[in-house]
Design a protein around this ligand. Structure first.
Ligand SMILES: Cc1cc2nc3c(=O)[nH]c(=O)nc-3n(C[C@H](O)[C@H](O)[C@H](O)COP(=O)(O)OP(=O)(O)OC[C@H]3O[C@@H](n4cnc5c(N)ncnc54)[C@H](O)[C@@H]3O)c2cc1C
Ligand code: FES
Ligand code: FES
Length: 1335
């Protein structure tokens, strides 16, 4: 290995400033470098695997050949700094800042309300900014495409896309798809309310600065000179453990590869990087040949195109686009197939980083391109010092047979993709959990060549991805079919033979075995139809077309740019101008979010002497720890200490929550010990050296079913009963029974759990900065763990990057873990969970099993319901008992069932402990209700909507727990939703569509909602605020609520501004802390604005009361003068405000109470289209009508509704947690857990805030943080409706299990047909499946 003195200087630019790194370490990635070395913390860590886009930056390179500058988005977490030599990097700080000048992209994202928590915002800015650098006037589709690699968990994407669309020429607020009509024209928009003045403008475009592309920073001339330097030489960067070679000529590359045959060529690093990070691979040497001209070209010949191996997949797409536009269609069928997949493969960042060579050589089994390249007879051109050769991709290379691999010393120089011939047809097919940025569940590349002018098969190729450890070919099948006609018999034989030839074993990794088998043949059927259609086009006389009913099976769902309208009540024109209440005020931190200047915990500068903490977690679900050996870890470089249960000075088990496992582990993912070291890399490396030996303890309970068998519960049963249920069952026309399973959900807040614990030198004080919803809880747990009074523990919380319930209890546990480490080492501890650990340790929404028995009349009237709910609580109490109470109380939803019995219980299992999640049990439980209402409808031959209408609360009534309420707003939301979504006419249109289309079906559903706010315990609703007025008139506002992205601080400023009658700009809100407001309760349950608003109002009113005599004496005076006068008169300018809380109660003995202060009502109508062959679905349109009473801030409230709806839609459709039968969570990052992206949201999305009265709450508002979540189930039921239509047509029973999530697997396997019938089935008793359901 070269010695350290051989290290060259790494030169690149960041935001126009030259960076010279004399000791560039190949193991350091750009994200770490920006955040820790350059202290540019705008670029965020969300996953570290290229899957979330939070770390997006723009990379610019100069190409000396074309003399052009190429700008592209990249995920900094996968960019080794060494690969940046000669590049210019732009981060969000380089785009604009409050200190200098904000950029139009930042301004518009903020003002269009495209940020909530703001953690994804810098990445969003960078994706839009990079697009604008390349296309200053982008089309709406380009904007949607540009955002495909960026996840946002808060907003639901609509406002983000909208902010981007403001740069599209001609794109206006008008949403009617270029119909020439305007949506705002009352004749067009029949649902504009006539009684109330409704507004639709959430921002004012006139305020936007124009985009002036000439003002963008120039590319550093020095880098142009470097790129054009004729004397460039190989560079070497020597790190602590690894060396990076950067050859500049092909000859040099071949020399290096010959010398170091094992060294990877790092191109896009999108395979090498994740393999090092997640699979523990280590490479002492890297070779980085990205800039070599012989690998960077595209060349057309008579036979096809050859593309250089260093071309990125995005460049490949551009090249193919060009060729397709130049060449006749018949020659470019392979290119068309590749282009289709290049639109959805990963996101734009990865497509711009990953290279053609890297893709073909790394041969992932899920590869989207290799099966098509193989089917299109592509070859790779390989070179070594020994010479050149070609390898066909349709040979054994893709199957990774050892003899077919690249030889040591060989590199791929290019890939040749031949043109198709006239009688050859090529297609790419795929299905993934999500349309874009998701690995395929199964994909395929297929080609067929016919004897000229006939449909006699001359050649046939089928390659499948994700069905085996490598891409595989159905060689034998294809061979056997040569000479056959392209007809039904061939189809049938092909399907049988493919299934015999490619056998997915029942226990195969990745699971979904029967589904994957079905997909193989379903995709072949699609190919069969495509070829039939194409043959018909070739010669309509000879080859009949496919049946009209089958045509829609041919194409995948198009990706459309989403659009929508948001309607809300206009502010009373008589309201004083200065009063911001009721206005769509931008989030108080929005601009800081979009410039990256908003500080999250890990953005805080290093504290002197600070250490980083890495966790060691249990790998067993239930076991005795027989030994724990930390000696090797202690000896690792940089390690200061290893912390175990023995180091906890106080309680290690506080209220049933265990900080460090002691002698026994009770779930996989339980923290056993932590390692504190000088860097996170050191801590993590050392953590791997901790050795734990276990002895399994029986039983290990994983599922609800197992817990029920073993009577394993966390809490007693809760029950509510009204009427005489047993009697009623005897007097009904029909009784049905059923079960509904709702799986759990990961919060996937974009900022992982983050804690900075700083021990103080005096009096055992400890200061913590934590991203939490409940600072008091952190204080309590830390105080218990350290055995120090709470008064010495200060917990600060400025903001957090999303929480959704996941930061109510867990930060307390993690805070205690960190505080114990800080206490032991005496040094500050930075504890930032990696995404995979966060998902593993902190768990999420409770999986639920609902069992129902329903008695009803033939007219749809439900007379009796007996429902049991069980949730999988996990291994410790957490909040499971309360979740069950909520489920039992809320689960009647909007329906009045006179004889109603509901029971619930939390199961104790050996899974990580599940916790609060937006909606707190309601979104799971109410699916069961909607499911049984739907089941009743099917039995009565009615529409579900009709049965809902029949059974819905209609007048002032009592709930099952005897609380009186008036459902008038529910009725209005329901009625308006049905009417204004044109439900019945669209339902009819869907039925017409379904008659004409066999393989695609449309479905609609309308879901009503009665959602309760708050907590049934009065003391949990109290809140306090502290308001100071300073002598310059500025006001500092503090309260006990936490800013999670929901805009609480913004609303509190609006309240203070109205109450004190001063402009919002006078009011400042800095942070929430246990120092300023003691004993504050959690910010959850949609109550944040309600309770803190009242407390702030109270404090402001106290202050104003004190100022009143002064104001009276000098009514013309100014605020500042009054404040000065008050000080002169020794009047206190500081006040505590208090809200005692809503007086709620619940008596579980009597099964009655006034459990909730009020209800939020709503209704949503969704329409979907389902592909019965693949199980994919497309959400065409959603209309939401939400009872907002009076909205304090319609922009924030609509943001909450949209964001919650999309999160709910994710829960019910794409988000699927996979557990092994032994309780190991497999889904630990964005690669294998799919939250919705911009492509999943409704193509048309209409939100209306319905006005009602709610005098009990501040300004007659309502808490809307959670309610939208459940409305996402309208998508689930619309899917169910579509699947029912498919099953009806196929003559299948219309009752089938309705479980959540309705993933593509569930949808496909419910649409039973000849393909599902032909797959081999395995006897479940003969194998152990890869994954199981835990609900
Ligand atoms: C978040 C994410 C999402 C993704 N989604 C998808 C998806 O939906 N569909 C899909 O198909 N793929 C997907 N991928 C995989 C991606 O396509 C591959 O990782 C990528 O194509 C590899 O290219 P690279 O240039 O980054 O390779 P690198 O990681 O740089 O290299 C990979 C391997 O190839 C070797 N190699 C590279 N170039 C050469 C050469 N010229 N000659 C010889 N050996 C070479 C290297 O030695 C190394 O072993 C995804 C990846 C990520 C990170
Ligand atoms: S942190 Fe880089 S993509 Fe998620
Ligand atoms: S605003 Fe996008 S993740 Fe929070």
């Amino acid at each position: 290995m070269p010695s350290i003195s051989d290290s060259d200087e790494l030169i690149f630019f960041v935001n126009g400033r030259k960076v010279i790194e004399k000791k560039a370490d190949p193991e350091v990635n750009l994200l770490i470098y920006l955040r820790k070395i350059l202290r540019l913390t705008g670029t965020k860590y969300g996953c570290g695997s290229g899957g979330c886009g939070a770390c997006t930056v723009m990379v610019s390179r100069y190409d000396p050949k074309s003399k052009k500058i190429h700008h592209y988005p990249a995920t900094a977490c996968l960019v080794p700094i060494c690969s940046l030599h000669g590049a210019a990097v732009t981060t969000v700080e380089g785009v604009g800042s409050i200190k200098k000048r904000i950029h139009p992209v930042q301004e518009r994202l903020a003002k269009c309300h495209g940020t909530q928590c703001g953690f994804c915002s810098p990445g969003m800015v960078m994706s839009i900014y990079t697009l604008l650098r390349n296309h200053p006037e982008p089309t709406p589709d380009q904007i949607t495409e540009a955002l495909g690699g960026n996840l946002c968990r808060c907003t639901g994407y609509r406002p983000i896309v909208e902010s981007g669309k403001t740069f599209s020429p001609g794109a206006t607020v008008c949403q009617m798809k270029g119909s020439g009509k305007c949506c705002m024209d009352p004749d067009e928009r029949s649902f504009l309310s006539r009684e109330e003045k409704m507004c639709t403008k959430l921002y004012n475009e006139d305020e936007f600065q124009p985009l002036d592309p000439s003002q963008e920073p120039i590319f550093p001339p020095e880098l142009i000179r470097m790129a054009e330097d004729p004397h460039k030489r190989r560079l070497t960067f020597q790190g602590a453990r690894t060396v990076w070679f950067m050859p500049v000529t092909l000859k040099d590359l071949l020399e290096l590869k010959a010398g170091y045959p094992e060294a990877p060529l790092v191109m896009g690093n999108t395979t090498v990087g994740p393999s090092i990070k997640f699979k523990g691979e280590f490479h002492p040497i890297f070779i980085s040949p990205l800039g070599i001209p012989e690998l960077n070209f595209v060349e057309g010949t008579d036979n096809g195109a050859t593309v250089g191996a260093a071309y990125s997949l995005a460049q490949l797409k551009d090249a193919l686009d060009f060729l397709v536009s130049e060449q006749p269609k018949e020659k470019t069928k392979t290119y068309h197939a590749l282009l289709k997949h290049l639109r959805t493969l990963a996101g734009p960042q990865i497509r711009n980083m990953a290279t053609v060579g890297g893709h073909t050589v790394s041969r992932p089994n899920f590869s989207d391109l290799n099966p098509i390249l193989a089917a299109g007879n592509a070859t790779i051109n390989v070179m070594s010092k020994e010479g050149k050769r070609q390898i066909s991709l349709n040979g054994p290379f893709l199957e990774e047979l050892p003899e077919a691999n690249l030889k040591p010393g060989e590199v791929v120089v290019s890939v040749s993709i031949p043109y198709t011939t006239q009688w050859q047809f090529v297609a790419g097919l795929r299905l993934a959990q999500r349309q874009e940025n998701a690995f395929a569940i199964v994909n395929a590349g297929m080609s067929v060549e016919f004897e000229e002018g006939t449909d006699t098969i001359k050649g046939l190729q089928m390659f499948f991805g994700s069905v085996a450890p490598t891409v595989v070919s159905a060689k034998q099948t294809c061979k056997q079919l040569i000479g056959r006609q392209w007809d039904e018999q061939m189809l049938s034989d092909a399907c049988q033979w493919v299934l015999e030839e490619i056998r997915i074993p029942p226990e195969a990794e990745g699971g979904m075995v029967e589904y994957r088998r079905t997909l193989m043949v379903s995709l072949f059927f699609k190919f069969f139809l495509k070829v039939r259609r194409w043959l018909n086009k070739m010669d309509p006389q000879k080859f009949p077309d496919i049946p009209g009913k089958f045509v829609s099976a041919l194409d995948d769902f198009p990706i459309e740019t989403p659009q929508g309208i948001q309607m809300f009540q206009c502010v009373d024109p008589n309201q004083p101008q200065q009063d911001p209440v009721g206005h769509p005020v931008m989030h108080q931190s929005a601009i800081k979010h979009t410039t990256g200047e908003a500080i999250f915990v890990d953005d805080m500068p290093p504290v002197d002497q600070e250490l980083f903490l890495a966790v060691v977690t249990s790998t067993r679900a239930h076991a005795k720890i027989t030994s724990l050996d930390v000696s090797k870890a202690r000896a690792c470089p940089g390690v200061v200490d290893v912390i175990t249960a023995k180091d906890v000075p106080g309680e290690n088990n506080h209220r049933g929550e265990i900080f460090y496992a002691q002698s026994e582990v009770i779930c996989v993912g339980q923290i056993v010990c932590t390692v504190a070291a000088d860097t996170y890399a050191h801590a993590k490396e050392a953590a791997k050296q901790v050795k734990i030996a276990y002895d399994d303890i029986e039983p290990a309970i994983i599922t609800i079913e197992q817990a029920l068998e073993l009577n394993s519960f966390l809490s007693p049963e809760r029950k509510i009963e009204q009427g005489n249920v047993d009697y009623a069952f005897k007097h009904v026309d029909q009784v049905i029974e059923g079960e509904v399973h709702v799986e759990g959900q990961e919060h996937f807040y974009m900022e992982t759990q983050s804690i900075l614990a700083i021990p103080q030198t005096e009096d055992k004080e400890m200061v913590l900065h934590v991203g939490t919803q409940f600072p008091t809880h952190v204080q309590e747990y830390v105080s218990a763990a350290l055995k120090v009074p709470r008064s010495r523990i200060a917990c600060h919380m400025k903001r957090t990057g999303g929480a959704f319930g996941g930061k109510v209890t867990k930060p307390a546990l993690l805070g205690a873990v960190a505080a114990v480490a800080a206490n032991k080492t005496g040094r500050p501890i930075r504890f930032i969970l990696e995404r995979s650990n966060d998902m593993l340790i902190t768990a999420g929404r409770h999986p639920l099993l609902g069992k129902y028995k329903i008695g009803f009349m033939n007219n749809g009237e439900i007379k009796a319901a007996d429902v049991e709910y069980y949730v999988n609580g996990g291994c410790t109490p957490d909040e499971s008992e309360m979740v069950v109470e909520f489920i039992v109380l809320k689960s009647e939803n909007a329906y009045c069932i006179p004889n109603f019995r509901c029971r619930g219980r939390a199961c104790k299992t050996n899974l990580p402990s599940n916790t609060a999640f937006r909606g707190f049990g309601f979104p799971q439980a109410t699916v069961v209700v909607e499911a049984y209402v739907t089941a009743v409808a099917l039995k009565c031959n009615l529409l579900p909507e009709e049965v809902k209408e029949i059974n819905m609360y209609k007048r002032t009534s009592k709930t099952a727990y005897k609380q009186t309420f008036n459902p008038e707003p529910l009725r209005r939301c329901w009625k308006e939703c049905l009417e204004k979504s044109s439900f019945y006419s669209r339902k009819q249109a869907a039925e017409e569509f379904n008659k004409k289309n066999y393989w695609k079906k449309r479905g609609l559903a309308v879901t009503p909602m009665k959602f309760s706010i708050g907590i049934p315990t009065a003391s949990y609703n109290q809140a306090a605020a502290l308001v100071h007025i300073y002598l310059d008139g500025s006001v500092l506002l503090t309260h006990g609520g936490c800013e999670l992205g929901q805009g609480l601080y913004t609303k509190m400023i609006q309240v203070a501004s109205r109450e004190l009658n001063i402009p919002q700009s006078y009011v400042h809100l800095s942070e929430t802390s246990t120092v300023t407001v003691p004993n504050a309760l959690f910010t959850a349950g949609s109550l944040g604005t309600d309770v803190n608003g009242k407390a702030v109002q109270n404090a402001c009113q106290i202050l104003l009361e004190r100022l009143r005599p002064i104001i009276k004496k000098n009514p013309e005076g100014k605020w500042k003068e009054w404040v000065a006068k008050a000080f002169e008169e020794s009047i206190s300018l500081s006040a505590t405000g208090y809200f005692k809380g809503y007086q709620t109660n619940m008596d579980w003995e009597k099964e009655e109470g006034d459990a909730y202060p009020y209800y939020v009502y709503g209704a949503a109508c969704s329409e979907v289209e389902v592909d019965c062959l693949t199980g994919a679905h497309k959400l065409l349109r959603t209309d939401i009508f939400m009872d907002a009473a009076f909205s304090i801030n319609p922009a924030l409230d609509i943001g909450q509704i949209e964001g919650a709806f999309i999160q709910g839609m994710g829960l019910y459709t794409t988000e699927e947690l996979k557990y092994s039968p032994k309780g190991v969570l497999y889904s630990r990052g964005p690669d294998d857990y799919k939250i919705p992206t911009v492509t999943e949201i409704p193509e048309e999305f209409y939100i209306t805030l319905v006005h009602s009265r709610n005098p009990i709450a501040i300004y007659s508002s309502k808490g809307l943080g959670e309610a939208g979540m459940f409305l996402g189930s309208s998508v689930l039921f619309a899917i169910y409706d579509a699947v029912t239509a498919a099953r009806k047509e196929r003559g299948l029973s219309n009752t089938f299990p309705l479980n959540s999530p309705a993933t593509p697997e569930v949808i496909r396997m419910s649409c039973t047909d000849q393909f599902t019938d032909m797959i081999p089935r395995d006897d479940p008793s003969t194998y152990t499946p890869w994954s199981i359901h835990v609900s």
